[in-house]
Design a binder for this molecule. Structure first.
Ligand code: OAD
Length: 243
């Protein structure tokens, strides 16, 4: 099978999902012990759920935030941040579906947060104002007078921020290699990004202990845990110039 490490570095895009943070103690969504086990996403992570019971939805997001703030980035996170510092500017981009902010906390700088960020609240009317998640009361109006405060995350049934999606697509268009780490690859449009890259000839390395719908498209599959696999990959990664 092809080696996951090429002769020259090129541009690397790292696309992460909840499994990337599992070893930090932050639960994944699907499967045993996952956040969706025993609760339906429709009851918590949709605009309808928020409209019906904002207190409940806020409580759930604040509990998740508390768990995230207690957790620390693992060695795989640090390895990605160090790789970005070691390679030429722009050679490493992280695209994450996670809302836990761990990549930036670990020191990664080029990070596209496709599904938002748990630490922020935003005006539901889209006026652009944001605040720390801890601050607003449920049903509190934004000072624009048009919307209430909501978690700054993407819910089921909502579109991704077009600027984020565009940045992610652009990064993958310019990538030589994509590492896809800890995602079940079932939520779109994120799931389509590495598959389309693989079809264009980008080397796609999947890091996931389980088989996913992406596995058959991947150039190489590493069935280990995110921290260990990323530390090894980053350590073996060549120096290199971007094209
Ligand atoms: P999932 O919970 O669907 O999948 C987590 C994946 O991580 C699974 O494929 C696991 O096998 C894998 N995994 C678990 N531990 C791992 C480890 N230590 N190292 C590597 N992989 C590991 O999470 P996502 O794919 O991120 O969206 O879910 C996608 C989206 O669905 C989320 O962003 C969220 C959710 O509903 C929204 O809320 C919009």
């Amino acid at each position: 099978m092809t080696s996951p490490v090429p002769d020259s570095a090129g541009r690397v895009v790292v696309l992460t999902g909840a499994g990337m943070s599992a070893e930090c103690g932050i639960p994944v969504f699907r499967g045993s012990g996952g956040l969706w086990e025993g609760s339906r996403p429709e009851d918590l992570a949709t605009p309808e759920a928020f409209a019906a019971d904002p207190e409940r939805v806020w409580r759930w997001y604040r509990e998740r935030l508390a768990g995230v703030l207690e957790a620390e980035p693992h060695a795989g996170y640090t390895a990605l941040a160090e790789l970005e510092r070691r390679l030429p500017d722009g050679a490493v981009t992280v695209i994450t579906q996670n809302v836990d902010g761990m990549h930036r906390r670990a020191g990664s700088r080029r990070v596209v947060e496709l599904h938002g960020n748990l630490t922020r609240a935003r005006c539901s009317a889209g006026c652009g104002r944001t605040r720390p998640t801890e601050e607003p009361e449920p049903n509190e109006m934004c000072s624009c007078g048009k919307g209430t405060w909501r978690p700054d995350v993407v819910w089921f049934g909502e579109s991704l921020d077009p600027a984020c999606l565009c940045a992610a697509e652009r990064a993958l268009e310019n990538a030589d290699t994509a590492w896809v780490v800890g995602t079940s690859s079932v939520v779109y449009p994120a799931a389509a990004l590495p598959r389309m890259a693989a079809e264009r000839g980008v080397t796609v390395v999947e890091i996931n202990p389980e088989t996913t719908p992406l596995s058959e498209y991947a150039t190489r599959v590493l069935r280990g845990a995110a921290s260990e696999e990323l530390v090894s990959l980053a350590a073996a990664w060549p120096e290199g110039s971007t094209r």
